[in-house]
Design a binder for this molecule. Structure first.
Ligand code: GLV
Ligand code: MN
Ligand code: MN
Ligand code: MN
Length: 406
């Protein structure tokens, strides 16, 4: 492992970390995010890389001419989910900078420009839409919609960007930049146990399941918890709870996933029947047909129960990502490069979304996963051994060396 990896990891580790849980709250365009972005810039400049921020707030650190065609890009994100782990995102950014160190130590001179990228707002934890930086760049998120997204405190994405010193008027597709790239490779912690019991510290992504987020609004009637007879209530919490159970069942029957991981209650009083329960459904499936069917069934179950409870149910799709199949040629080549002769590195699908998946609509993209011993992610318990992280950095350096030597 290049020495720089440890220093970078140590510097970044305390940023946005909760003393109570050890988890991270590095929300896009927050103070913690600003610290991460300043850290990225410092690391780039310390390496003599040219650092710039694109119109969508993604940071680029260039080794070589940023304007030349055929560049290879690598990187990931530094923002986190609420109480996230240390690896999801940062491993791919720190690992990319460490891979640059490694290539220099090898005496490699790239024939093409090489960029390390820190994508803005990958998790969508604050404004609800994931991968806003890469979606905007590829035209998969309209700038006017992005600017109007609001966080829980009512702050719009445009306002948050402006406060952080980034001009939201510039948001939008960035085809000239993307056309200059010949490939993007993202190093990432594995978020399941597919590699855990194998001898492989590093795997290659094959596909990303289609996935999306739906907001379910359950409108009932606020009333007194001590005086309202059960039969007189229009209790949205009851409809919500039943919908959570239905989601689990429908997903299990279809071989899909469904999660209500975020909920907001109004007025949120202990002694009041709520007027509104707002629950966010995250659902993912191996194919779009299954996903559509599962979400429709959950919606029907919610509406039927709502009719019995006197609760009106409104469903809004907040984001959707179609199935991603990573470019066969690139992923087969990488699997061959990283494996032993006749034994390519394993290729695996995932249910987690990534900037590499979004970018794959515009250019050949690939991902390397580093083995995760417990498979836990989006939690402070997320982990990877030092040896496996080192194997990930070496693998990324091998891939970048190959891609930039032609
Ligand atoms: C991002 O990590 C996601 O898939 O939710
Ligand atoms: Mn994540
Ligand atoms: Mn991630
Ligand atoms: Mn992600």
């Amino acid at each position: 492992m290049p020495a720089g990896f440890h220093e970078m990891w140590r510097d970044l580790l305390p940023v946005g970390r909760s003393r109570a849980t050890g988890g991270y709250r590095r929300y896009a365009w927050s103070e913690a995010d600003a610290e991460c972005r300043a850290w990225f810039r410092d690391q780039a400049l310390a390496r003599g890389l040219h650092c710039e921020t694109d119109r969508n707030g993604n940071q680029w650190a260039w080794w070589g001419d940023a304007t030349a065609p055929g560049a290879v890009a690598t990187g990931s994100h530094l923002d986190s989910v609420p109480d996230g782990g240390a690896f999801d995102g940062p491993l791919g950014v720190v690992g990319a900078l460490a891979a640059v160190d490694e290539l220099r130590a090898r005496g490699h001179t790239p024939r093409r420009p090489l960029a390390v990228v820190n994508f803005a707002d990958e998790e969508g934890a604050r404004f609800g839409v994931a991968c806003t930086g890469s979606r905007l760049a590829t035209g998969q998120l309209a700038p006017e919609r992005a600017r109007a997204l609001r966080d829980a405190g009512g702050v719009t994405l445009a306002q948050a960007m402006e406060r952080a010193g980034h001009d939201p008027d510039g948001l939008g597709p960035d085809p000239e930049r993307l056309e200059r790239l010949s490939a993007f490779v993202e190093l990432h912690i594995e978020q399941g146990r597919a590699l855990a019991d194998t001898p492989h510290p590093v795997g290659v992504a094959s596909a990303i399941w289609p996935h999306g987020r739906w907001r379910f609004d359950f409108h009932g009637e606020a009333n007194h918890a001590g005086t309202t007879r059960l039969e007189d209530r229009r209790d949205p919490m009851l409809t919500y709870a039943t919908t959570v159970l239905a989601a689990r069942k429908k997903a299990r029957l279809a071989g899909a996933l469904a999660t209500f991981g975020k909920v907001a209650v109004e007025p949120n009083g202990v002694n009041a029947v709520p007027s509104l329960v707002r629950g966010w459904l995250d659902s993912r499936a191996p194919d779009e047909e299954t996903l559509d069917a599962v979400v429709a069934r959950i919606g029907t179950a919610a509406a039927e129960r709502g009719a019995r409870d006197g609760v009106r149910v409104e469903i809004t799709r907040e984001s959707f990502t179609p199935l991603v199949e990573f470019a066969h040629r690139l992923r087969d080549e990488i699997a061959g490069l990283l494996g032993a002769p006749g034994q390519p590195a394993p290729q695996l699908p995932t249910g987690a979304g990534h900037d590499a998946g979004v970018l794959s609509a515009a250019l050949p993209a690939a991902m390397l996963y580093v083995r995760n011993p417990t498979g836990v992610s989006h939690s402070p318990a997320e982990s990877a051994t030092e040896d496996d992280c080192a194997a990930g950095v070496t693998a990324l350096a091998d891939v970048l060396e190959e891609l930039t030597c032609r």
